[in-house]
Design a protein around this ligand. Sequence first.
Ligand SMILES: *Cc1c(COP(=O)(O)O)cnc(C)c1O
Length: 402
Amino acid sequence: MKTSIDELAVFGGRPAFSEKLHVGRPNVGDREALTRYFHDILDRRWFTNKGPYVEEFERRIAEMMGVKYCIAMCNATIALEIAIRALDMKGEVIVPSMTFVATAHSLQWQEITPVFCDIDPETCNLDPAAIEKMITPRTTGIIGVHLWGRPCVPDVVEGIARRNGLKLLFDAAHAFGCSYRGRMIGAFGDAEVFSFHATKFFNTFEGGAVLTNRPELAERIRLMKNFGFQGYDNVIYIGTNGKMTEICAAMGLAGLARLDEFIAVNRRNYRTYEACLAGVPGVRLLPYGDDEKQNYQYVVAEIDETRTGIERDMVVGILHAENVLARRYFYPGCHRMEPYRSYFPHAALLLPHTERIVRRVVSLPTGTSVDPGAIAEICGILRLVSEQGGEIRKKMQAVAIR
Ligand SMILES: *Cc1c(COP(=O)(O)O)cnc(C)c1O
């Protein structure tokens, strides 16, 4: 455990970890089952297009979330694009800027304007009062994001959508296995989209899915993800290729077998961070709500520079030098990325909470490849940095000038 600032790797000390610690290294499910499925797929020579593993995977996910329809896809970005189109969103759609850029891109890709809306600084999710203020005659929908697995107050947002005649989609990329007031995420709005990308805590290598209870919407999405084919040579709709492959579905099934284990490890890690960071001035773990079940996929700390004496970016630099690859998710906010910053150069004026939060938060390493010993070490560094922030800051600036 490092006890003096001269031991920090930024000042030439030995890095606390000899190998890089990542925020999200892929979780691997039941390896034997996956190997069996793989041989089975090769033997059957059925690699994609409504294969038996994809069908089983869709059935399992729908059942788990208590939703009627699940349509598995190649990734969440395509799933979002298709769901947006199938819902007939156009004009303007209200989204948070505090999200992965794919949420905004999936709209702009089809020339729908993402209207960035501010967040509640407590939950970092869309602020319902702010949503109401962003509605114009051109607004056709809302895309809420369950950021870091925290439910985007789905019942309240549903009410806003209903009262204003807006379509409602949730980007649930972070919220697989989470619930809100006893109802699983996946069951809210007109539809919800999960991501099964390798870095999400449950993965299918790459993958995604749309969940909905509406039969006509599910049917349209199914057609659109397969070029609009109904039957062998009858195309009844414009479509694209969003299909999930059999091997990806098999990876998903192998992962589902160990889902509870992944969650238990994440929860243990979160609790370890919580215990080790207790009493560290100016470093606060973002809390989870009492009325939600969590997957604890993200451990997010907020750095209060006025108390640590050192800003978030320097803290991230210090951690990186120690081989702790903490990430500034989702800095600088979609509104400061292209093409949005050129389209809406003044967007920041309406996003005061987003602007502040993106400069203060940092995601810390967790998942099945990070153990409590490593977490104690990381927290020890954070404690040192926060207790002697002012001095470290001065020293870092002096080194930079030299
Ligand atoms: C990862 C992620 C996506 C994109 O998912 P892919 O499956 O990689 O396309 C979309 N939205 C959010 C919030 C994400 O974190």
